[in-house]
Write a protein that binds this ligand. Structure first.
Ligand code: Q9C
Ligand code: ZN
Length: 342
């Protein structure tokens, strides 16, 4: 399987995150990608390619102009306001407050275009997020051009980012951008299967009213786990998208055996929908030793996950999402990809 990755993706290097009432060392760090890249090389998964530059147009097909402009101009505004360290939002236009007019002040903009305070923005975040999106599109293009599968080593991840907000370590929604790019390049039906431990709230919200991109997500129950405010089983789409979103919230402590029925259910929906391309939002944070997660996958189980995903012979684009057990991340990721190929 071919891998796509750009070193520019490493330039987003957050120092801290706000978590448990403290400023803690960030977990979504460059070494995550380096570990996966090392495992891809060491286990000879296949050749590694730099992404093509698709420009900002495919990104703007998914994200609002206001949001993209905000991210692009953020660091200049932030430093012009006299700040030098990485930024965190702290005020949001929730419920009865107004999201519009969009504020001028950088602190207002940060809140207007975010969903949490756990996602630091730095001077290289925009460039890295853009490179990550290009990696996703390039992997999608490989599959559209005839590869059976491809791996986009995306980082920063994407599935918590919505049309006009960042959060959950995500800035541009790589899976959504790749899916939309495939639609814009002639495919009629694309499916996204999100196996990250956390619900893909950004991806779901982007496609919630649409039938041309099926969204399936298996994740920790949002009653117990981040992102808390989306991912319940009764969310199945709206209007033209009714029935084209499916969620499998699972309890904390779920192991591979308990996960499997949900995965098999999701696979049945894929067989019914018959997507021309499947995009897997590949989080590796279901791992038992993940520092911020509560599922119980072993490294071996990730082989089985990959094997299961090859069940219907659908051309498949793997895009990396979360996973924070740095030491095992490369092993677990390549286990999925090798499992798919066997
Ligand atoms: N105390 C992804 O996996 N908050 N994002 C964790 C822990 C955010 C995860 C707080 C988790 C976001 C792509
Ligand atoms: Zn996650």
């Amino acid at each position: 399987m071919k891998t796509v990755f750009s070193g520019v993706q490493l330039s987003h290097a957050p120092k801290h995150e706000i978590s448990d009432g403290e400023l803690k060392p960030a977990v979504e760090i460059p070494s995550r990608a380096e570990m996966v890249l090392a495992a891809v090389k060491q286990r000879r998964l296949g050749d590694i390619f730099e992404p093509d530059d698709f420009g900002m147009r495919p990104v703007r097909r998914v994200h609002s102009d206001g949001y993209v402009d905000f991210l692009e101009g953020f660091w200049e505004k932030w430093t012009a306001a006299g700040r030098q360290s990485e930024a965190f939002p702290f005020v949001w236009p929730v419920r009865s407050l107004r999201a519009d007019p969009v504020p001028d002040h950088i602190d207002g903009l940060l809140g207007r275009y975010s969903m949490d305070a756990g996602t630091p923005l730095g001077g290289h975040t925009f460039a890295a997020a853009k490179a990550s999106a290009n990696t996703a599109i390039t992997a999608a293009k490989l599959v559209m051009d005839g590869e059976k599968s491809a791996f986009g080593l995306c980082r920063p991840p994407g599935h918590h980012a919505g049309a006009d907000f960042f959060g959950g370590y995500c800035f541009f929604n790589n899976a959504a951008i790749a899916a939309q790019w495939l639609r814009d390049n002639g495919l009629a039906r694309v499916a996204i299967l999100d196996v990250d431990y956390h619900h893909g709230n950004g991806t779901q919200s982007i496609f919630y009213g649409r039938s041309d991109v099926l969204f399936l997500s298996i994740h920790a129950d949002p009653r117990q786990e981040y992102p808390y405010f989306l991912g319940h089983a009764d969310e199945t789409g709206e209007q033209a998208g009714t029935g084209f979103t499916r969620n499998w919230p699972l309890p904390l402590g779920t192991d591979w055996q308990a996960y499997l029925p949900a995965l098999e259910d999701a696979c049945r929906w894929l067989l019914v929908y018959r997507p021309e391309v499947l995009i897997v939002s590949l989080g590796l944070d279901c791992f038992e030793k993940d520092p911020i997660s509560g599922f119980k996958f072993t490294s071996e189980d990730f082989f089985d996950l990959g094997r299961k995903l090859s069940f219907a012979d659908i051309p498949t684009v793997f895009l990396m999402e979360g996973g924070y057990a740095i030491e095992a991340l490369g092993t677990n990721c390549v286990n999925v990809l090798e499992g798919f190929e066997t």
